[in-house]
Design a protein around this ligand. Structure first.
Ligand SMILES: Cc1cc2nc3c(=O)[nH]c(=O)nc-3n(C[C@H](O)[C@H](O)[C@H](O)COP(=O)(O)O)c2cc1C
Ligand SMILES: Cc1ncc(COP(=O)(O)O)c(CN)c1O
Length: 209
């Protein structure tokens, strides 16, 4: 592991290393994060702004990424769901300490196709499905017992039968307009490159650390 870490941490990143597509570049770095031994490399900070301009960030899990964008799943009625409905813009941050790498993404957010959410919901363990349904995400609750009672009630009611996805739960896709790759280097002289989408063409600029 130590040797693998050495391979990717504190190695120079130069423009000629970068794939013309920030998504391909992200996929390469994501793979390398696993090689570095980074636990949960798909955990990302998601920052949103609501209609009162209040800014909030929380961790969510990246569940898929392709040329269309970065997909995560959540409760559409949650604070983040409501914020994204009001202002469909967001930022993502990945910090892969094991590789001394950071990726920052900004862009616009759309609700994913119902079929994609249906398929993802169906792939989750049934107890996770139940938790998503009985939990009104981020609402104040009187106690854990209150939640457990709802969980147990639903568990005994469905008895393992397939549960359809509720319409208040599903995926969002962040369509990137900027993607920045940061490689930690010695003396805080880190390497940074930012992809900017200009008229559907990705331009790459180098940034001062
Ligand atoms: C590692 C980690 C992964 C998480 N993944 C998700 C996720 O994929 N979807 C989700 O809705 N909440 C996830 N959460 C919980 C959120 O951080 C947050 O507590 C919850 O979504 C409520 O956020 P909100 O009140 O801003 O809407 C995760 C938390 C952690 C620590
Ligand atoms: C509330 C919540 N919803 C969704 C997820 C996404 O992960 P999974 O679908 O693997 O449960 C998480 C991950 N911890 C979560 O905490």
């Amino acid at each position: 592991m130590a040797a693998e870490k050495l391979i990717f941490s504190q190695i120079p990143l130069s423009k000629s290393d970068l794939n013309p597509s920030p998504i391909n570049q992200f996929q390469t770095w994501f793979h390398e994060a696993t090689l570095c031994g980074q636990p949960e490399p798909n955990a990302m900070t998601l920052a949103t702004v609501d209609q009162n301009y209040d800014v909030t960030a929380r961790t969510v899990l990246l569940k898929s990424v392709d040329e269309q964008g970065f997909v995560f799943y959540t409760n559409y009625l949650s604070p983040k769901g409501q914020a994204l409905k009001a202002i469909p813009k967001a930022a993502l941050v990945f910090w892969w300490q094991s590789c001394q790498r950071q990726v920052r993404v900004t862009g616009t957010v759309t609700v994913v196709e119902a079929k994609l959410s249906d398929d993802y919901f169906a792939s989750r363990p049934q107890d996770s499905q139940i938790a998503s349904i009985i939990s009104k995400q981020s609402e104040v609750i009187p106690s854990r017992d209150y939640l457990l009672e709802k969980f147990n009630e639903m568990q005994s009611r469905v008895q393992g039968k397939p549960i359809p996805r509720p319409d208040f739960w599903g995926g969002f896709r962040l369509i990137p307009s900027t993607v920045e790759f940061w490689q930690g280097r010695e003396h805080r002289m880190s390497d940074r490159f930012k992809y900017l989408n200009v008229d559907d063409i990705w331009q790459i600029v180098q940034l001062s650390p």
